[in-house]
Design a protein around this ligand. Structure first.
Ligand SMILES: CC(C)(COP(=O)(O)OP(=O)(O)OC[C@H]1O[C@@H](n2cnc3c(N)ncnc32)[C@H](O)[C@@H]1OP(=O)(O)O)[C@@H](O)C(=O)NCCC(=O)NCCS
Length: 181
C-alpha cells in the first residue's frame, strides 16, 4: 500500500462542523512555532523545541504528505498526522508494507473543546476512504491522560503496553470496524 501521500495527497480541504483540515501554508508558521515551543504540548512528546531549532523551520513548516493543519475560524489550532513511521512495541511484527501512525498536536488554548476528536475523526474517515481496509496505529504515553482519552474516543483498541523513553507507552490500533459509529 502506498504512503498516505503518494496516492491521494493533498486532498481537497476537509470541512467538519467547526473545523477545516488542509495542507500547511506559509501563514501557519507562527502557529507552528507556538505549537513546537509549548512546554505543555511537548510534555509527553519529547519536550519543547529549542529556539535555535524553531528558527530553522522552513517558510512553510509541516508541508508533507499526511500532515493536516487544523483550522478554526481561519486560524491554525493544531495538526493531525497520518504517516508511516517506525513506532511500536519492540517485539511487534509490523506488516511488510508498514503501517500508518496517527499523531496529533493542538495548541493548549484549543484543548477541552472536542476539536482534536473532531479533526482526528475526519482525518481517519478520509484515510478509510483513500486506503480502504488499512489499519492505523497510535502510540502514546499512558501518563498522557488527554491523549489516552482521545485514542479511546476515536475507537483505538489496545494492542500492547511497553516501556520506552523511560515511560510506559500505549500502543493501539484502529480500523474502520473499530471506529465509533
Ligand atoms: C492530546 C490532545 C490533542 C487532546 O486534546 P483535547 O482537547 O483534550 O481532546 P478532545 O478534542 O478529545 O477534547 C476533549 C475535551 O473536550 C471537551 N468538550 C467540550 N466541548 C466538546 C464538544 N463539543 N465535543 C466534544 N468534546 C467537547 C470534552 O468534555 C473533553 O473535556 P475533558 O478533557 O475535560 O474531559 C491535546 O491534549 C494535545 O495536543 N496534547 C499535546 C500533544 C500530545 O501529547 N499529543 C499526543 C501525541 S501521541
Amino acid at each position: 500500500m502506498a504512503d498516505p501521500g503518494t496516492a491521494a495527497w493533498p486532498p481537497a480541504p476537509i470541512r467538519t462542523g467547526r473545523l477545516v483540515l488542509r495542507e500547511s501554508e506559509a501563514r501557519d508558521r507562527p502557529a507552528f512555532i507556538e505549537l513546537y515551543a509549548s512546554p505543555e504540548v511537548g510534555a509527553y512528546v519529547g519536550g519543547p523545541q529549542p529556539p535555535a531549532e524553531l528558527d530553522r523551520l522552513p517558510e512553510v513548516p509541516g508541508r508533507r504528505p499526511g500532515l493536516f493543519v487544523v483550522e478554526l475560524g481561519g486560524a491554525m489550532i493544531g495538526t493531525v498526522m497520518l504517516e508511516r513511521r517506525n513506532l511500536g512495541p519492540p517485539g511487534w511484527i509490523r506488516p511488510a508494507a508498514g503501517v500508518v501512525d496517527l499523531g496529533y498536536l493542538f495548541l493548549p488554548s484549543a484543548w477541552g473543546s472536542g476539536y482534536a476528536a473532531e479533526a482526528c475523526a475526519a482525518a481517519l474517515d478520509w484515510f478509510a476512504g483513500a486506503f480502504p481496509g488499512e489499519p492505523v496505529v497510535l502510540c502514546t504515553q499512558t501518563a498522557n491522560d488527554r491523549s489516552m482519552r482521545l485514542a479511546a474516543k476515536l475507537g483505538f483498541v489496545e494492542v500492547e503496553r511497553f516501556e520506552k523513553w523511560d515511560a510506559e507507552q500505549w500502543f493501539g490500533m484502529w480500523s474502520p470496524a473499530s471506529a465509533p459509529g
